[in-house]
Write a new protein. Sequence first.
Length: 605
Amino acid sequence: MKLNLKKVSILFISLFVICSSAIPARIHNVDNDEHLHLRAYTNEIQKRHEPFKIIQTDYFKPFVHLPFTNKPVTRYYQLTLKKVKLSPDGFERTVWSVNGQYPAPIIRANKGDRMIINVENKFGDPAAVHWHGVFQHGTNWYDGVPGQTQCPIPNDVSFIYNFTTGDQHGTFWYHSHFMAQYADGLRGALIVHDPDDPYLKEYDYEYVITLSDWHHRTTGEILPNFISPTYTGKRPVPDSPLLSGRGRYNFYNVKKNKKYRFRIINSAADAFFIFSIDEHKLKLIESEGIYIKPTIIEKLPINVGQRYSVIVNADQPIGKYWIRATIDKRCVLINNATINFNSSIDWNGLGILKYEGSKNDKPKSKEFPENFKICRDPDPKHLKTLQPVTKYDGNVSDFFNITVKFQREGDGIVKAVMNNSSFIPQFNDPTINKIIRHIPPDELPKEQNSLIFDNKNGIVEIALWNNNTDEHPFHMHGHVFGVMFVGEKNEYPDEKKYDKKNPVIRDNVTVPGFGYLVIRFIADNPGIWAFHCHIEWHVELGMVLQLVELPSILMNETIPNDASSLCFKNDYQKKRNPTTPFHNRERMFNPVIINEIRRDINKIR
Ligand SMILES: [Cu+2]
């Protein structure tokens, strides 16, 4: 393994200076040191003294956009991660909460604003927060993916994410990207308002609805059963569907003749939802931060990780109407060996659209008929961008062909493999650190599933063949992409059929069972970006690729000290982390790196 001493110095010398009095005595037990990192970090944070705002938000209160400012502003938010007892569907369990609430609070900003978010980890487990859909231009190390862009935030440590929303606007969310932790609670909405929103005059208020599948058991209990050589079941069956963290009889109050922008976020671990409001059509205006031509639909299929905005006109007779968030069980395979196969789940999640002045009775509203292909994204003709985007129509500079399937590996466990390789992160040595140490990208371990490309502003094309029955919602970090082609079984990609002139643009797309997906994006964001199925159980089985984008630029960047110093404390190895099945822990740890750190600190001295 090649090491560039200069880069290593940049990485570690400041930490070394900060802790220089401690290093000589501790150099031989860096990996056991509980306090080294904490001390370095405390020095950093004490310089700041910022007024971080502790937020708690009510998803059932309508809101209007934040006051727009002449210039972008910086917004400081405090997110304290702590375990609390909550009963989202009536059953009390431990929830990995943010500021004590589930779903996590709605974080809001305006286009161009900077977000400085202090994540204080009091979980007792390691954690990290990913800002789903945010490009993180120039701040790859704040993308929040342990093993790729950072080491996990150890317990009892605070870490500040600091990024700008740039030109982005729309509906995003944030969630843990450490193990299956987001399914235990760490998931919430992230909204970026746009002063130039072309639809701004078309709605009076906004609501956010997060959809989630809820389990009564923690993922720390589920995963060891799921990832085991003896497991022959399918994906774990949830116990409830939740709308904004609640079961039935959650009210969304509206006033007659007012218009509401509903931002719908599928934050589930697994569930494909169908969203609708009885007797109220939905005017679709946004998919994943991209304005789309207004199109009227009745039911909205929404897969995991996806987001849409719809405008709802409260123009029906005063009354109550069911809001339906149904888990489409036609997209769910269950057999008798499946975890929680005898769940008493009612797949029909319900909320109520309640007009001001309506009576206190049950809604008697009628459900719209179904008019879409099951377990698929909405028809592309409903998702056309407001302005056609033509930048993907050109010569492809980098092309990748990927096959996704499941296969039983040497350890007896059925894994998800992408080109015959199942992803295993190295939590204590994220890929970004490796690149900045000048490890050549083609020397990254095979199980890191790297797609390497280095042509600046080139068009990258990924053709993915899904060689199994499940459909998968593939999400890309750091980018949106143009959807060139989605093919059903035996419908092969053919460049003549690609939607190059006016493609659907998004960051999270469904590839059909035994089907094909072809996407294109522009190589304009140096970094390590995950590209993965957003079904969390499939992530845990390794259905993850990482883009190693423009490494020749990335390798010359400098990771902020507070980010690199997270790697000095590796309690994610220890058994106090209940979400990591024991047999996985060893492989997720790069034993070489601690020795390298020791050696290089010695050389620097
Ligand atoms: Cu999947």
